[in-house]
Every structure is written in structure tokens, then in C-alpha cells.
Design a protein around this ligand. Structure first.
Ligand SMILES: [Zn+2]
Length: 125
């Protein structure tokens, strides 16, 4: 699957699912939780673009400033010195959302249980 398709598969719903999962994962790490929450808020408030490999996102505080985030980090002031920033948290959140969008829904029952349920419905009509 191309990165463009991967990027297009991201939706508000998959970002929300990713946010819920990532909040659970970092619930005991306040700095990560803060970065994640800022990322979630600023993904709604700031313009951004994700191509499947890199995220370009505007600054939440400085007009016309954009930051570039990829696997190797972020070019903001904090990120360029190796400190965590919300831009990197946003990148991870978007990546997780893309993964979730590509993950097929798990069946809620086994094939045999599904066949029994279909047969029971057929008996009704
Ligand atoms: Zn940054």
C-alpha cells in the first residue's frame, strides 16, 4: 500500500481511537500524556499535512512557522535538542491512526458461531 493511500485512510475516528489507546499506554507518564493531549488538541486547531512518512504542522503559537516531523525527530526548538515535543507526539498519533485504519475489524464471533447465528435467523423466516 502506498504512503498516499495510507495517509488518506486517516480519519477523525481513527485519530480518536489512536488517542484512546495511546493515553492508556502512557497513563503513568505525565510528560508524555501532556504532549499527547497537546498533540490531539493542536491536530484539530492547526493545519497539517501527512504523506505517510513525514508530518508538516504549523506552530500553535508562531504565525507562519511550520515544523517538519519524521522518524528521526522534529525540527522545532525542543525537538532539535532531542527533547520531546507535541509535534512528535502528533506524528506518532497520526501514524497510529493510520495503522488502525488499515487493521481489519476483528470478528466478534467465530465462523462456526456466525454460521449458527445465520442458521437461527434463517429458521425465523
Ligand atoms: Zn517539535
Amino acid at each position: 500500500m502506498s504512503n498516499a493511500i495510507l495517509a488518506q485512510s486517516i480519519s477523525r475516528q481513527t485519530v480518536g481511537q489512536a488517542l484512546r489507546l495511546m493515553r492508556q499506554a502512557c497513563r503513568y507518564e505525565p510528560s508524555e500524556m501532556n504532549a499527547l493531549n497537546r498533540a490531539a488538541l493542536n491536530l484539530e486547531a492547526c493545519t497539517w499535512q501527512y504523506d505517510g512518512e513525514a508530518l508538516v504542522i504549523e506552530s500553535a503559537t508562531t504565525q507562519f512557522q511550520r515544523y517538519h516531523v519524521a522518524y528521526n525527530g522534529c525540527d522545532c526548538k525542543a525537538g532539535s535538542t532531542g527533547r520531546p515535543c507535541w509535534h512528535l507526539a502528533a506524528f506518532r498519533l497520526i501514524q497510529r491512526a493510520a495503522e488502525l485504519a488499515l487493521t481489519p475489524a476483528r470478528p466478534r464471533m467465530t465462523d462456526a458461531a456466525y454460521a449458527r447465528a445465520v442458521a437461527a435467523c434463517d429458521d425465523l423466516f
